[in-house]
Design a protein around this ligand. Structure first.
Ligand code: MN
Length: 230
C-alpha cells in the first residue's frame, strides 16, 4: 500500500516479443573511446572507467519523437552500445560478465552539452546535463542468444542521413567485460540494470526537426526525431 499510486515500471521493448524488459537503473560509462576523449579535451590515457547515471524513466522506445529539452541551446547526440543485465551480482569476474547479460541494443545518450561544460567548470554534478526527461531513447533489446557480438561491430550515427559517428565497438577503451566487472565492484548489479557503454568520436548538436538514425551492426537500429521545444 502506498500513499499515492506507485509510479509505472520503466521498461523497454524486446525484439520479437510482447514482453518488455523492466528497467531498474541506467548506468553510463564516460569517455570510453579514445578519439571521443580527445574531442572532449581529455587525455585518451586508459584512466579507470567512470560512471554516471540517468533515471530509469529517461529511457524510451524507438522510433520516437523527443521534445527539444529546456535549459539548453546545445543538445548533443551520443550513439552507444546498450547492455541489459539479466542476472545480478557484485565483484563479477571479467570471465563471468557475459553470464549476467540478458541482451544488447543501441541507444542515444542525449546530452545538454552546455550544461555539462558548465558543470565541469564549476565542479558540479552532471545529472542535469545527462539525466533529463527522454534523454535515453533505445532500440528494442535483443536477447543475447541473438546477438552476434558485443565486442566487434560497427557503431554509427547519422543526422538527416549524413554520417556523424562511425566506429567499431572493438575500440572501446574498457570492453564490456572490463567495465561491467569494474561497475560490479562499485554497486551490486541487479536484473533490469541498463548500461550505456560510451560514445565514439563525432558528437555534435541537433535541433528541432532533425532526424537521428543510428545502429550497431547485427544488434539494431534506431530513429529519433527532435521535436519542438518542451
Ligand atoms: Mn555517453
Amino acid at each position: 500500500m502506498y500513499v499515492f499510486d506507485a509510479p509505472p515500471q520503466a521498461s523497454l521493448a524486446v525484439l520479437g516479443s510482447d514482453a518488455r524488459l523492466p528497467i531498474r537503473r541506467i548506468f553510463c560509462v564516460g569517455r570510453n573511446y579514445a578519439a571521443h576523449a580527445v574531442e572532449m579535451g581529455k587525455d585518451p590515457e586508459r584512466d579507470p572507467p567512470f560512471f554516471f547515471t540517468k533515471p530509469a524513466d529517461a529511457a524510451l522506445d524507438t522510433p520516437c519523437t523527443i521534445p527539444y529539452p529546456p535549459l539548453t541551446d546545445d543538445l548533443h547526440y551520443e550513439i552507444e552500445l546498450i547492455i541489459a543485465i539479466g542476472k545480478g551480482g557484485s565483484n563479477i569476474a571479467e570471465s563471468d560478465v557475459f553470464d549476467h547479460i540478458w541482451g544488447a541494443s543501441v541507444g542515444v545518450d542525449m546530452t545538454r552539452r552546455d550544461l555539462q561544460w558548465a558543470a565541469k567548470e564549476n565542479g558540479h554534478p552532471w545529472d542535469m546535463a545527462k539525466g533529463f526527461d527522454y534523454s535515453a531513447p533505445i532500440a528494442p533489446i535483443v536477447p543475447m542468444a541473438d546477438v552476434p557480438s558485443v565486442e566487434d561491430a560497427r557503431i554509427w550515427l547519422a543526422v538527416n542521413r549524413e554520417i556523424k559517428q562511425d566506429a567499431n565497438i572493438s575500440q572501446l577503451t574498457w570492453s564490456v567485460r572490463e567495465h561491467i566487472a569494474t561497475l560490479s565492484r562499485a554497486v551490486t548489479l541487479a536484473p533490469g540494470d541498463i548500461i550505456m557503454t560510451g560514445t565514439p568520436a563525432g558528437v555534435g548538436a541537433v535541433n528541432t526537426g532533425d532526424v537521428i538514425t543510428g545502429g550497431v551492426d547485427g544488434i539494431g537500429e534506431l530513429e529519433v526525431t527532435i521535436g519542438a521545444k518542451a
